[in-house]
Design a protein around this ligand. Structure first.
Ligand SMILES: Cc1cc2nc3c(=O)[nH]c(=O)nc-3n(C[C@H](O)[C@H](O)[C@H](O)COP(=O)(O)OP(=O)(O)OC[C@H]3O[C@@H](n4cnc5c(N)ncnc54)[C@H](O)[C@@H]3O)c2cc1C
Length: 394
């Protein structure tokens, strides 16, 4: 089949990988002028890890990954206030766990398809017409092409979902925060293999040291701080972050200075996607467009990769019965993804506590993470992937 995939983030290229293996012809349509490699460091385990292994790219992922040793919560002075060892996650995942920048993982996946699948950069779908057994797609470039299937892999604010299902607001469940992430070079403070994080009520500032003297910074703030529309150009994003975080303490001032040196800043609302049906006729959603669990799940990237695998596998299994494949894809994954979204919401209060007491309580709770049954109780539901991935023989 000829399959159009809107979005060359994580889910889109992962799906293209499997579609190529099963004899289909995917075309990636990406609005950015070139591949987007931004984002914060992500933890990677579970079914996403299993699928990456099946894709044959696990060695590259592990080579680019970091063996995080600890999550360190610091006081204004930088002294450790609380935290826990990352061994908790290694134990729960039987050591099948790594951490790497989202952009590195996305790039490894995209590299596995870029010479075999057509990618239309700087382009976007503007109109979709379903004719029953095919779909006609009009592009921003003016061209109209016919495909057997259209995939919306274009993230939380999915364009395909807007065109086929309706406006974003109907499918977005905000969880109360915004997130900003950027990479800077030669940042003066470094702690290898540690997530170092500082919080004041409603704000959280974290950094993670990367190779080549780079540092990833993550800022989280409560939705109430965002009074105007979401800024899109770098200067407006910087102005907003300066305004919200000025005087927050710890290294915030240095990190804001470091941010001024870059124009690649990821800024978005932290939200989940809730879509009543992941497919409509010949259009189907995957990744964040279908069931974004949000940053709170810590696993959105791995889940998006697993969704791509299952969709391609069900298409292979169902042969020419495309509607049966789309139904099987959703039936297999929806209850699991809804469980992940629920578990993620339960973590919300730990990300940027609203009060000093909330910060204190969170810090105290981390001390208990050394006790395995208590660690399982706190994060077990988020870490465990209770779903079977079939072997589709792809
Ligand atoms: C640059 C970037 C940085 C990110 N940083 C973080 C982070 O720090 N923390 C975090 O939790 N999550 C982050 N995310 C989201 C994270 O990648 C996803 O939650 C997860 O990996 C699921 O992937 P996805 O492929 O469904 O969506 P995404 O990775 O978001 O990919 C969607 C792709 O669709 C493209 N796209 C959007 N609109 C259109 C359109 N109209 N036409 C064509 N293409 C379109 C986007 O440019 C993007 O390449 C980031 C996403 C991006 C794109």
């Amino acid at each position: 089949m000829k399959i159009a995939i809107s979005g060359a983030g994580v889910a889109g290229p992962a799906l293209a990988h499997w579609l190529l293996r099963t004899g289909h012809e995917p075309t990636l349509i990406e609005e950015a002028p070139e591949f987007r490699a931004g984002g914060y460091v992500i933890d990677f385990w579970g079914i996403g890890y299993d699928v990456i292994e099946k894709m044959g790219i696990l060695p590259e992922v592990l080579a680019r990954g970091y063996q995080v040793q600890e999550v360190r919560l610091v006081k204004e002075s930088g002294a450790k206030a609380a935290g826990f060892s990352a061994d908790v996650f290694r134990r729960m995942t039987h050591d099948r766990f790594t951490s790497l920048p989202r952009g590195d993982l996305a790039e490894i996946i995209y590299d596995s398809v870029k010479d075999k699948a057509e990618t239309l950069f700087g382009n976007s779908v503007t109109k979709v017409q379903d004719t029953g057994d095919a779909v006609s797609v009009t592009l921003l470039s003016g061209e109209t092409r016919n495909f057997d299937l259209l995939i919306g892999a274009d993230g939380l604010h999915s364009n395909v979902r807007r065109l086929v299902w309706g406006e974003q607001e109907a499918f977005e469940r905000p969880v109360g925060f915004h997130v900003a992430a950027f990479v800077c070079s030669d940042y003066p403070h470094r702690d290898e293999d540690a997530y170092v994080s500082f919080a004041v009520p409603d704000l959280s500032i974290s950094r993670f040291a990367l190779r080549d003297n780079r540092t990833l910074a993550l800022f989280i703030f409560g939705n109430d701080r965002m009074t105007g529309p979401m800024p899109h150009d770098p200067a407006a994003k910087k102005a907003l972050l300066h305004q919200i975080f000025a005087g927050a303490g710890w290294e915030t001032h240095d990190l804001l200075d470091a941010m001024d040196e870059t124009n690649e800043i990821y800024l978005d609302r932290v939200s989940q996607s809730v879509v009543p049906s992941w497919s409509k006729g010949r259009t189907v959603l995957i990744g964040d467009a279908a069931a974004c669990p949000s940053l709170l799940a810590g696993e959105g990237t791995g889940l998006a990769i697993a969704e791509a695998y299952v969709l391609a596998g069900e298409l292979k299994q169902a042969g020419s019965d495309v509607p049966a494949a789309l139904r099987a894809y959703e039936t297999r994954l929806r209850p699991f993804l809804e469980g992940k979204q629920k578990a993620a919401l339960a973590m919300a209060s730990t990300f940027a506590p609203k009060t000093k007491f909330g910060i204190w309580l969170r810090n105290m709770a981390t001390h208990l993470m050394v006790i395995p049954p208590i660690a399982d109780m706190f994060v077990g539901d988020s870490v465990k992937d209770d779903v079977d991935l079939p072997d589709y023989g792809m």
